[in-house]
Design a protein around this ligand. Structure first.
Ligand code: 5GP
Length: 114
């Protein structure tokens, strides 16, 4: 299977601005930010879409949100507010088939999204 763009970033084959990394997760700036803060919280395990989650992934998904919370605090948007999003498949706007949690903030976000 070809590597996803995120696997290439994890392997340092292509560059990214890395905010945090441990054995499970890497956090990078989105290359095309939609707000002053737009991070991607990416599990190192490749899971193509949310539809592919198994019971084994429950802790990992929880960890992505724990990391999001910590990053929001570190970047000082925890009190002003932010949004966390998983896009799934075509209608959800997913373009990279390696799940990732968007953390977006630093401005007032519109609702509902388009
Ligand atoms: P999706 O549309 O799948 O939910 O989100 C994929 C995100 O990955 C997009 O917001 C896009 O800007 C970002 N992205 C795509 N390619 C790269 C890349 O090479 N580097 C980084 N840092 N972000 C990328």
């Amino acid at each position: 299977m070809n590597k996803t763009i995120f696997e290439k970033i994890i392997l340092r084959e292509i560059p990214a601005n890395i905010h945090f990394e441990d054995q499970d997760v890497i956090v990078i700036d989105d290359i095309n930010p939609t707000a002053p803060i737009h991070l991607l919280i990416i599990p190192k395990k490749r899971i193509e879409t949310l539809n592919d989650l198994t019971d084994d992934d429950t802790n990992l998904i929880g960890k992505l949100f724990q990391v999001a919370k910590e990053m929001a605090k570190k970047l000082n948007i925890d009190e002003s507010g932010y949004r966390t999003i998983f896009n799934c498949n075509n209608d959800g706007g997913q373009t990279v088939y390696h799940i990732h949690l968007h953390l977006i903030g630093g401005r007032l976000l519109n609702w509902p999204p388009g």
